[in-house]
Design a protein. Structure first.
Length: 260
């Protein structure tokens, strides 16, 4: 790779590093430049809709900017949401409260500010959760549905640029979390786990992604990882993409009708 191209690539990657930010949970900046979650063995929305009816009281914990929640079309009067990340909290106040959605700021999955037995369904996608607290909040026959990022998520990509960084959440495996729900009194209705490809078609998209997902890529920077990024670029030059692996798991858990 010649010097002029190396210099140009570094400028491009540092520009991506400079603008890396997120609004809600919006990855549109790199749409078309990477792919993931296109071939999971379940459809999170479909799993929810299999159990959801409009009369249910529904809570979306860690709603992000509320984008997915609003896409469900659940009646606003029967909808509640929480979020703890400050920029998203302000977004939710602006977007959700005027609709009549019961939005509350919350960054602690073990202390959610709603009364016992408030909800028929709690959903949670890639957020924090506490099975004991979810059990408290659900009514008898209530359903908790979560799709989660597992402990091995993006680990091969992390090792490409930060080979000595340990997995941040080693307990996030289906077997461990399924047991937590069972020990909290839930019946497991469905439990699935999947490892699927994630592909980046340009290194700049990866740089933006690594800065957004900073808990997986702690200490990442273009300067620190530049030689590794050049190796990634060589892989893209040869194959058209660089590939890693995502780790996802799904749990649908039910509170027994005899529980009060």
């Amino acid at each position: 790779m010649n010097t002029d191209r190396i210099d140009r690539l570094k400028k491009e990657w540092m520009a991506e590093e400079e603008i890396a930010h997120i609004h809600g949970w919006d990855f549109s900046h790199i749409h078309g430049r990477y792919e993931e979650e296109d071939d999971l063995p379940w459809d999170y929305r479909q799993v929810i809709d299999e159990s959801r009816v409009d009369s249910m009281k529904l809570l979306d914990f860690d709603t992000g900017g509320g984008e997915f929640l609003l896409s469900l079309g659940h009646p606003y009067a029967n909808t509640a949401a929480t979020e703890g990340y400050s920029p998203n909290v302000e977004l939710c106040k602006k977007e959700l409260l005027p609709l009549g959605i019961d939005f509350k700021e919350c960054d602690d999955a073990s202390f959610i500010p709603f009364d016992n037995s408030s909800f028929d369904m709690i959903i949670n996608r890639h957020g924090d959760f506490d099975p004991v607290e979810n059990f408290r909040l659900l009514r008898p026959n209530g359903i908790f549905i979560t799709e989660q990022v597992g402990s091995e998520n993006d680990r091969d990509l992390v090792k490409m640029v930060l080979p000595d960084v340990p997995a941040p959440f080693p307990e996030l495996k289906l077997s461990i979390q399924k047991r937590r729900f069972e020990e909290s009194g839930f019946e497991i209705v469905r439990a699935d786990e999947s490892f699927r490809p994630i592909r980046f078609y340009d290194v700049g998209a990866f740089v933006w992604f690594a800065h957004i997902i900073d808990w997986e890529f702690p200490g990442f920077s273009v300067d620190k990882c530049f030689d590794k990024l050049l190796e990634m670029q060589e892989e893209i030059d040869k194959r058209g993409f660089v590939e890693g692996t995502i780790h996802r798991y799904l749990i649908v858990a039910k509170k027994d009708s005899l529980c009060i």
